[in-house]
Structures are given as structure tokens and as C-alpha cells.
Design a protein around this ligand. Sequence first.
Ligand SMILES: Cc1cc2nc3c(=O)[nH]c(=O)nc-3n(C[C@H](O)[C@H](O)[C@H](O)COP(=O)(O)O)c2cc1C
Ligand code: SF4
Ligand code: SF4
Length: 272
Amino acid sequence: MLDKGKEVDIYWFSGTGNTLLIAQTLENFLKTNGFKVNLKAMEKSDASQINLSRTLGLAFPVAEQGTFPLVWDFIKGLPSPGKLGIRDMEVFMVDTKMVYSGGIKGPIKKILRKKGFQTQGAKEIVMPNNLMKKKKQPEKDRLKIEKGKMAAEQFARNLISGKVVWRDIPIYSDLMGSFSKMEFNWKLFRNIFPLKVDNEICTRCRLCEKNCPTESWRFNKEQNRMIWTKDECIYCLRCFSYCPVQAISYGKKGYVQNKGVSSGVIGRFLKS
Ligand SMILES: Cc1cc2nc3c(=O)[nH]c(=O)nc-3n(C[C@H](O)[C@H](O)[C@H](O)COP(=O)(O)O)c2cc1C
Ligand code: SF4
Ligand code: SF4
């Protein structure tokens, strides 16, 4: 059961907006029920400096049947309330996925419990796919989003009443989760499907550079074009999905963008 006397800090990461939308839904529901809630972007936050007198929420997308390296790093970088003698530091998590997460809740629970967090509840929410999406399906996506938001509200309701669980399938989920921790897999992704810019279409607005969580885009003045430096890219597809003129592509040309929230919303949240 969530402690009503405590503020809730929800740290989120979202490539293409689905998870941010779910984090906002949680925020709104909890606020209507009397909680003070703060949404904080993981990529703009120092995990080791979280406020240990508040309840911690984590929200992130599933990727490679685990999650993005940035999210793993954030979770691993959290302090250990146990070592500090804090016994009542509560945490909950939500992930969004296209279909299958590989049981990521398990390894995350393990890390958090080892640090001495009180793991309250975890929920996986199906949202529209954002990877290699071949055609726009606005009606199908709208229904998925509605269902996803309802699932988030139900989870928040259950969190408040203490009816939540955090399931774990030992060994299996640890094995699946380890896949997305391997740098090799991300390297493979970037090499097989490099991000490309069509310089004829690109307006040099530099939004991709501004929004990238890993500083993988930069503007080359001499060449008057955007350059993608792949080594740090986590393949979250934010640049691809929020390019205003769809000048960025990967793999087969013709994949469509996914915008869980509008460009303005994601931009506002990413301002430091
Ligand atoms: C690189 C990459 C890998 C993904 N891997 C998975 C996966 O293993 N399982 C799954 O169900 N969805 C997968 N997805 C889909 C996303 O988890 C899903 O669309 C999510 O809601 C996106 O959230 P976001 O908009 O907040 O980034 C993947 C997406 C990307 C970009
Ligand atoms: S967001 Fe798109 S149009 Fe703007 S600089 Fe990047 S690639 Fe070019
Ligand atoms: S360059 Fe990579 S990390 Fe940066 S926004 Fe694009 S996909 Fe995400």
C-alpha cells in the first residue's frame, strides 16, 4: 500500500512517447487521489541522488526482451537504502511493450531488493509497437493506447489499496534479461540497421540532436549536415519518430513513426 504521507517520484525513460504517456497517466491518477507526484526524466537525473524519503516509481520501455542500457544503468546506479538503515523505501515499476518482455520484472526486482528497497508492485502494459512498424494503424493504436491507459489507472488504484504484485520467474527471466545487458547485441543492431538522414529532406532543425538521450547526433557545419555517431546510440528511435519531416530512416525505407505523445510534450519534459 502506498504511503499517503510521501511524495512519489516517477523516473521515466521513453524513446517514442508510449511510456511517457503511461507515466503521465499514473501521475494524474495518483494526483487525483491526493498524492504529490513528480515526473523526472531518467536521462536528466542522477540515480545516486534520488530522494530517499519519497516513494520511487520506475517507468521504461521493453527492448530486446529486457530494456535499454540507459535504464539498466539508472537502476544499477540507485543508492542502497538498506545500507543506509532505511527500511521503508518503497518502489514500483511499469514497463511498456509491444508484446513480450522476457520477464524483465524479475531481474529488476532482484537488483532493487538487494539494495534494500521494498518492492511494491510491477506492471507490464501493452502499447503500440514502435520498431519496424510497416504501416500506420491509427484506429488499432488508439484502442491499444486506451487499453494501456486503463491498465495504468487500474495499477495505480491497486497500488493505493495494496493489491499489487511483483511476479518473478527465477532463472528464466534472469537469462532473458541478460540479453539486453550485452553491449554486443546493441552493436549488432546499430551495424545492421544504421540510422541514415536524407539530406534533401532534412531541414537542419537539429531536433534529433536536442532530443537524443545519448548525444549521438551532431551538426557538421562544414558539411552542412547531421552526423550520427553510432557508438553510444541505444536505438530508442526517438530521433526517427520525432523528426518533423521524417528525414531519418533505418533498415528498409518506409517504416513509420510512433508518437505516443506529441513532439511538444516530449520536448517540454526533456528541458533540463
Ligand atoms: C530497439 C527496440 C527493441 C524492442 N524490443 C521489444 C521486445 O523485445 N519486446 C516487446 O514486446 N517490445 C519491444 N519493443 C517495442 C517497445 O517496447 C514498445 O513499443 C514500447 O511501448 C515503446 O515505448 P516508448 O515509446 O516509451 O519508447 C522494442 C522497441 C525498440 C525500439
Ligand atoms: S530532426 Fe530531422 S529535419 Fe531536424 S535536423 Fe534531425 S534529421 Fe534533420
Ligand atoms: S540516435 Fe539513437 S539514442 Fe539518439 S535518439 Fe536516435 S535512436 Fe535514440
